[in-house]
Design a protein around this ligand. Structure first.
Ligand SMILES: Cc1ncc(COP(=O)(O)O)c(C=O)c1O
Length: 374
C-alpha cells in the first residue's frame, strides 16, 4: 500500500461538516475581506501563541516581508539568516534591496548556530532572522542575548513551527515578531495560502495593521508604502475551525516520532541513519521528520529511490543551501564555507510524519529505509 508524505484528506474528514457550513455562511454573506472572521481568528491565534497581537496576512512569505518592512529594512541593510532554510527566508531580504548575511547551522537541530552570529554582525545589521526549521525552535536564549546586547530586533521565521515551545516560551512570542505560514502542508494549514505575524509590541502591531493595507490610516490616506498583505476571510475562518484541533494533531506527530525512534532502534541501521533530536527544553512539533544519512548523498539518494519505487512518499528539504542558489551568487559571503548546511542539503530526507499515520505504516517505512540502505 502506498504511504504518502502527507495525506490531508483524513484531516479534512474530521472538520468537513463545519468547513462546508462556514464556507456557505461566508458565501451567503458575500463578506470576503477582513472583518469578524479575521478578527476572531487573530484573537484566538494570538492567545494560542501567547502574544498580545496576531495579524493575519496573505502567506508566510508576506509575513516575513512585512515584518522586515515595518522594521524599516531597506537597500544596503543586512539581515542575518541561516544558510539552510526554505528560500523565502532570504528571498524577502533581497526583495527589499537588503543583503542576506548567511550563517551556518548546527546539525543537531538544523538551526542557526549562535556561536557564528557575532562575527557576521556589522553596523548595517538591521535584524536577525532565526528559522525554527522543521518545527523545533532555534536556540533563542543565545540568539536573544546577542541581539539584545546590540539592540538588533529578532524576527522569528516560525513558518514551520506553530505551537513549538522553547524553555516555556512559544515560537513567535520570543523575538520582536514571529512570522507564520499556513501553507496547507503546515501543522496548521489553510485551504490555500495564508500567514500571520505575532508580536507583543503594541506599536509594531499598529504598523503591521497599516502596512497590511498599503500603509493606510485613515482610509485612502497613505503615510507609508505598504502592500496588500491581507488574509482572506475564508482562510481565516478555515484556520479558526482547525485551531482547536491543533494540539491533538501535534500529539499525533510527536507520537509518530517516538514510534520511528522505537522501530529504528530495533533495526541494524545504527549510526547509518540519524534521527531528528528533540533538544532539552524544546517541544518539537514535527512539521517534518527529517532523517540524515551521514554516509553522504549517494546513500540518501539510493534510499530515496528505493522508497519511491515502493510508493513511500519522501522529499529532500532542501537540495541546495541558500548561498548555493543561483540568484544569490553575487551576494557577499555566498562563496564562503557553510559545511553543516552543505551536509544537511546532501544528506537529509523527510519521511511521512502526518498525525493519522498508523504504527503499521511507520514500521513499513522503517523496514523499507533499512532495505534501501543495502
Ligand atoms: C521556513 C519557511 N519560511 C517561510 C516560508 C514561506 O511561507 P509561505 O509558503 O506561506 O509563503 C516557508 C514555507 O514553506 C518556510 O518553510
Amino acid at each position: 500500500m502506498a504511504i504518502p508524505l502527507l495525506d490531508l484528506k483524513q484531516q479534512y474528514a474530521a472538520i468537513r461538516d463545519e468547513a462546508l457550513r462556514v464556507t456557505a455562511e461566508i458565501y451567503e454573506s458575500q463578506l470576503f475581506i477582513l472583518g469578524k472572521r479575521v478578527d476572531d481568528f487573530e484573537r484566538d491565534f494570538a492567545a494560542y501563541c501567547t502574544t498580545r497581537h496576531a495579524v493575519g496576512v496573505s502567506s508566510g512569505t508576506d509575513a516575513l516581508l512585512e515584518a522586515l518592512m515595518v522594521l524599516g529594512v531597506g537597500p544596503g541593510d543586512e539581515v542575518i539568516v541561516p544558510a539552510y532554510s526554505f528560500f523565502a527566508t532570504a528571498g524577502v531580504v533581497a526583495r527589499l534591496g537588503a543583503i542576506p548575511v548567511f550563517v551556518d547551522i548546527t546539525l543537531d537541530d538544523y538551526n542557526l548556530d549562535p556561536a557564528q552570529i557575532e562575527a557576521r554582525i556589522t553596523p548595517r545589521t538591521k535584524a536577525i532572522m532565526p528559522v525554527h526549521l522543521y518545527g523545533q525552535c532555534a536556540p533563542m536564549d543565545e540568539i536573544m542575548a546577542i541581539a539584545n546586547a546590540r539592540n538588533i530586533p529578532v524576527v522569528e521565521d516560525a513558518a514551520q513551527a506553530v505551537g513549538a515551545d522553547y524553555r516555556g516560551k512559544r515560537a513567535g512570542a520570543i523575538g520582536a515578531m514571529g512570522a507564520f505560514s499556513f501553507f496547507p502542508s503546515k501543522n496548521l494549514g489553510a485551504f490555500g495560502d495564508a500567514g500571520a505575524i505575532t508580536t507583543n509590541d503594541d506599536e509594531l502591531a499598529v504598523k503591521l495593521i497599516d502596512y497590511r493595507v498599503h500603509g493606510m490610516r485613515p482610509k485612502y490616506f497613505h503615510h507609508v508604502v505598504g502592500g496588500n498583505f491581507r488574509i482572506d476571510a475564508l482562510q481565516a475562518a478555515m484556520l479558526h475551525i482547525k485551531l482547536p484541533h491543533l494540539e491533538s494533531w501535534h500529539d499525533g506527530r510527536r507520537r509518530n516520532a517516538e514510534l520511528y525512534r522505537r522501530h529504528f532502534a530495533a533495526t541494524n541501521a545504527g549510526e547509518r541513519v540519524v534521527l531528528p533530536e528533540e533538544l532539552p527544553g524544546r517541544r518539537h512539533i514535527y512539521n517534518q521528520f527529517v532523517i540524515r544519512f551521514p554516509e553522504g548523498s549517494e546513500t540518501r539518494d539510493r534510499v530515496m529511490a528505493h522508497l519511491k519505487s515502493v510508493a513511500i512518499g519522501c522529499e529532500v528539504y532542501y537540495p541546495l543551501t541558500l548561498p548555493q542558489q543561483e540568484c544569490f551568487r553575487d551576494v557577499p559571503g555566498a562563496h564562503d564555507a557553510y559545511p553543516n548546511s552543505d551536509a544537511a542539503a546532501a544528506q537529509t530526507l523527510a519521511i511521512p510524519i502526518f498525525p493519522e499515520l498508523t504504527e503499521a505504516q511507520i514500521a513499513e517505512v522503517v523496514r523499507e529505509i533499512v532495505q534501501g540502505l543495502g
